[in-house]
Design a binder for this molecule. Structure first.
Ligand SMILES: [Zn+2]
Length: 488
């Protein structure tokens, strides 16, 4: 299948290819020209401007982070070391109902929208303006972006503590239409969070009407991942059916001790529903979650570690229990005083996490929050942790499956055209890693450390990370919804 080209911009020699389709690995060289893969095979004797020796290494498609909050980071921390160092070459942004656009310049951002740290002078009032900014100053990774329903509510509604009126729904619908025309790949919701708790199922369906003709995605951090997780799954699937579009259940989990083991019910329920409609799900490989600091009892059941606090930055990295004891107040009172900020909540069961990760259709997504000095270690460690700990050491699935869950499956579910696999004609997003040594080093104590065993990361043909050093290259592209790419 090789094209007749015999001189490449970049030639990756001597590696073992895992191509992102779940097919067994094979030995091959990979030739790249103009940011595209043009040849995969025995290319000895061919010449290249730049050659990378991949002897003894795996050559795979660059990883796609299916669940990020990198909307602002791709502009403000454009080299994205916490993602590139893991082998990530594409991020899906705009999750959990939160997006960087559209915003009003004069609005206050309620939590969790303020987690994106949007400076008032850098706000984008249209989705098109956000994507234009990304094109003007590219990041080191590719970005596919969704528009967030909580963001739209905050833009349109004067009071978030009620369902939207018909007029407000029309206004949000117009903003979704604008985002769709700009090339957004979908709409996300976060009905778990205060700004959208009062949104009804009907409100979400009506706001999402512009998705239907485009078959754009509905992606959700569901209303409840605890006692009412089954009802929440049903609501998610109902919205997908009403709009006749694919849905993605974000960071699937079951939380709180009394629900441990419930994945034995949720996963078969998801599998059954997949027979009738298009459903995807993602998962991060940890038993702790991370989100805005909350005071509800369900979230405070297990260990709570403060990740960031605006009024008390000195508390980052400390246990809420210790802070409360030191201040002589209850955990709730301490949490209230620490707001706004983010925290790490230990609230899942290892068996559930493994069951979800091993479920055929589960994609890998970090849900990393790129804010503060003590973030959840998933921000720096998610992908190597799945490759090293869960695939190699625990033996949860073969390496080919692990790679597929972070590349081919994700590209298919999110409609990322010509990415997520190593094939001639595809964009040259590539990671070279050592299967024997790859591992995450980020942990709860020291969460901002690059992984080991990631040798090189190539984004659209440009070497962006090599031997633990960022090359400074910012060659990421904006990935538009496929039907929009032709017209924008
Ligand atoms: Zn979320």
């Amino acid at each position: 299948m090789n094209t007749p080209v015999t001189h490449y911009d970049l030639l990756i020699q001597g590696g073992t290819v895992i191509d992102g389709t779940k097919a067994p690995r094979f030995n091959a060289d990979v030739g790249i020209v103009n940011g595209r893969i043009v040849a995969i095979g025995q290319l000895a004797g061919h010449t290249a401007d730049n050659t990378l020796d991949a002897t003894g290494r795996i050559v795979a498609p660059g990883f796609i982070d299916s669940h990020t909050h990198d909307d602002q980071a791709v502009l403000s921390q454009a080299q994205m070391p916490f993602k590139v160092s893991q082998g990530v070459t594409t991020v899906v942004a705009g999750n959990c109902g939160i997006s960087a656009a559209p915003l009003r310049v004069d609005m206050d951002l309620p939590m969790p929208l303020s987690l994106l740290e949007t400076p008032a002078e850098g706000r984008f009032t249209t989705f098109a303006a956000y994507l234009d900014a990304l094109r003007a100053t590219p990041s080191s990774v590719n970005v596919a972006a969704m528009v967030g329903h909580s963001t739209l509510r905050a833009v349109v509604m004067s009071d978030l503590d009620r369902p939207a009126t018909d007029a407000e729904i029309s206004a949000m619908q117009a903003l979704v239409e604008e985002a769709m025309q700009a090339g957004a790949i979908g709409l996300s919701t976060g009905t778990f969070y205060p700004p959208a708790v009062k949104a009804t199922t009907e409100e979400i369906i009506e706001v999402g009407r512009p998705l239907t003709s485009r078959k754009a995605l509905y992606v959700t951090h569901m209303r409840d991942e605890s006692d009412r997780v089954m009802e929440s799954l049903e609501e998610t699937f109902q919205i997908g059916r009403a709009l006749d579009i694919p849905v993605v259940v974000s960071h699937h989990k079951v939380q709180n001790t009394r629900n441990f083991g419930k994945t034995k019910v949720t996963l078969p329920f998801i599998k059954e529903a997949m027979q009738h409609q298009c459903i995807g799900l993602d998962c991060y490989p940890y038993t702790a979650g991370s989100t805005m600091i909350r005071t509800d009892r369900g979230m405070m059941e297990g260990r709570v570690l403060i990740a960031s606090s605006v009024p008390h930055p000195e508390c980052a990295g400390r246990d809420l229990k210790d802070i409360a004891a030191e201040w002589g107040v209850s955990g709730e009172e301490a949490a209230q005083r620490l707001q706004p900020g983010s925290a790490i909540y230990f609230m899942m069961d290892e068996d559930d996490v493994q069951r979800i990760l091993a479920f055929d259709d589960t994609m890998i997504g970090s849900d990393g929050i790129p804010v503060g000095e003590k973030p959840h270690p998933r921000l720096w460690g998610t992908f190597p942790r799945v490759l090293g700990h869960y695939s190699r050491d625990v033996g949860l699935f073969p390496l080919e499956t692990a790679v597929w869950k972070m590349t081919g499956l994700t590209a298919r579910n999110f409609g990322l055209h010509e990415r997520g696999a190593l094939k001639p004609g595809y964009h040259a997003d590539v990671v070279i890693f050592n299967a024997a040594t790859v591992r995450d080093t980020a942990n709860y104590e020291t969460p901002t450390q690059p992984a080991e065993g990631i040798d090189a990361v190539i984004v659209n043909g440009a070497v962006t990370w090599q031997n633990g050093v960022h090359s400074g290259v910012q060659n990421g592209q904006v990935i538009l919804r496929k039907d929009a790419a032709a017209t924008v």
